[in-house]
Design a binder for this molecule. Sequence first.
Ligand SMILES: [Fe+2]
Ligand SMILES: [Fe+2]
Length: 399
Amino acid sequence: MSGDRRTNLQSCIRHLMTAVSNASLYNLEHQQVARLCETALSDLLGAMGDGEEVALLLVDEELVFADSPLDSNMYVNRFSRALKSRGVGHLRLLRGVTHQELKLLVGCLSRQMGAGGGVRSTDHVRFGRLEVLTASPFADSATTWDEVGERPVPSLEEIPAEEVARFMDIYQGVRRHRKLHVVGISEIVAGFVDAFQQVGNPFLALAPLRALDEYTFTHSTNVCILNLGQAMALGIDGPLLHDIGIAAMLHDIGKLFIPEEILKKAGQLEDDEWKLVREHPLKGAQYLLDTPGVPRLAVVTAFEHHMRFNGTGYPAVTPGWRQNLCSQMTTVSDCFDALRSNRAYRGALEYDEISDIMLGQAGNELHPLLTRNFLKVLRRLTGAQTNPANPSRQEGAPR
Ligand SMILES: [Fe+2]
Ligand SMILES: [Fe+2]
């Protein structure tokens, strides 16, 4: 993501919010509003770069563009508040947008409409809602779900066997010190995204947890699918969606540098073994950093995926470190996939039990909004599935 695009976006928001002020002060047809909308449009085209859209996501109070929050300033803050007060969680500005459509957006956000006033998508300005549930996410219906983002999450009937085999081959290559084939991973993720985009049975077949030495790739595949589900429910699309999938596929790649006997150990780990396990985020990030073609988001996610929302977890970082949005999604998906697997000290948990545990962690170890979004995705995707997909893995303490 070039800095120029972010700068252009900041400038676009500044001009839009200035137009909002003018529209409130005079009216929407004032020439100053028209002029500012034209300037905002030219900024917006700069922010789009070669892409087809600019997608903005409201997470908590922050406006996230690509994979990181926009620098906060008066205009960005006002823009976020205006979207939030109208129930908008996500905004996509598509190529082809006209200054007239931007003027309508300004009208929606101006005082004339009032806070809480309605917003209406146009051909190239698309609003998405993002609900934050206060009760159990399982209490509401699929109808409510459909209001999250702009479309229902499509289904994935099954992971194509050849994709799984291909991923395993790439992973085993890394273990044998071959270079990682990022293109191969990228194509697999593109295949998953395509599969998600097909309309089909609303049922997600997470990969069954397989034999021990296949665990890491099966787990990575599951986390990838769960991340894609989360991201799509938030209305994320295009290159960012793809990078989020790649980041998930590669999040545990550092485990390939931990001796297999430790990874497979069923019982409690010794202190020195734990120390090695806890190095996998750093080792993974270092490996990916040295691999050409790996998205930066994947490097960051590998490093941060065991950090926790409340500042616990590992590796140790400087105070005030903020975990990337994709890392936080991966933490949520990772937590789910760990809970649904068999442990040496317990069997696999049912989905309802898992959701209770995850809701208990929301706001502590897990990002509250992302967790609730995840559980809604899961409810939708697994509505027909009462048992976890044939878990067979046994492992020791959560790692
Ligand atoms: Fe991990
Ligand atoms: Fe993991």
